[in-house]
Design a protein around this ligand. Sequence first.
Ligand SMILES: NC(=O)c1ccc[n+]([C@@H]2O[C@H](COP(=O)([O-])OP(=O)(O)OC[C@H]3O[C@@H](n4cnc5c(N)ncnc54)[C@H](O)[C@@H]3O)[C@@H](O)[C@H]2O)c1
Length: 343
Amino acid sequence: MVGNLKSKILVTGAAGFIGSAVCEKLLNMGFDTVGVDNLNGYYDPKLKLARINRIKKNINKNSNFEFIKLDLVNKTDVKKIFDFGPFEYIVHLAAQAGVRYSLINPMAYVESNINGFVNLLEGIKENKGTKHFVYASSSSVYGGNTKLPFHENDRVDHPISLYAATKKSNELLSFVYSHLYGIPSTGLRLFTVYGPWGRPDMAAFKFVSAILDGKEIEVYNNGGMFRDFTYIDDIVDGIIAVLDKIPISNDTYDEDSMKKDVPYQILNLGNSKSESLMKFLSIIEANLGIKAKIVFKAIQPGDIVSTYADMTAFNEHTGMEIKTSLENGIKNFVFWYKQYYKL
Ligand SMILES: NC(=O)c1ccc[n+]([C@@H]2O[C@H](COP(=O)([O-])OP(=O)(O)OC[C@H]3O[C@@H](n4cnc5c(N)ncnc54)[C@H](O)[C@@H]3O)[C@@H](O)[C@H]2O)c1
């Protein structure tokens, strides 16, 4: 249970796939929640607005939701967010996501993921009172590492995409603010999230949409890809489970001098099962009752072959276990997709 019901929580990226689901859950738990998002056009803003409408429609009468449209890149706007506070907890999910797009538009990543991140940290520093800053890092920080499963203590100095480099930078930046200003922070390395209200640039969405339209599906690395697919509800539960588990020391940091007094931690959050992309696709096919037209392609620059989360630290820290099987998760996604697009 997070704090008490008087705690106000800020969620950035509130119109996003994960952020909207986090807002909905917090509101249903009775927490007043402020959501911010710039509703950018990286993918269809109509889907983002529909997520905000969904939150407003399902709101628990005992809690209050305020949505503010603003860009975290704008320092003055970020300062204004704190007029809606004070925020005991902050869940920072706004970012320019996607590995492939970072090869096309690198500055979008620098702006939102670096400048926006520091603007928010500065706001937290100036306004004080935040008990815990929890933000989304990514499994992509493990880069080309081949030792599986990925453990938080593994070296992550060789990101292979700009997206990954910005996420690794977030971990470094939050360490600085925890060290200098005592801001308790947790970076969650999220592993391939899928489920209802998902992102159109990700595999589940792309596959279902192409199969239903009778279009070809490009499968990279000739199908030899493995992902630790993690269902949205498990991610939301994981984020909320970590909120009041405030770090008092950095258990995953190696240098003893820093270990005791920096309230900083990094945790994996994934299903801890590395599943083949072809299996993922075959479950989608089974749910749709249609065979995909597959075109095998070489691996794309920046792509990782396998991801697999070691969840020991997360489980010990929160006591939470991941519940959703790939079969159930995909079934729910396909059901939502057909309903959303009125098919
Ligand atoms: N979905 C995944 O599989 C996954 C995996 C690892 C990490 N993550 C991270 O989790 C977080 C949420 O991802 P998601 O899948 O919900 O993505 P998403 O794109 O659906 O959500 C991000 C939201 O942030 C908003 N945003 C972006 N830049 C902004 C800015 N400068 N100011 C205000 N709002 C801004 C976008 O409009 C969007 O609604 C991101 O930080 C992402 O990098 C996601």
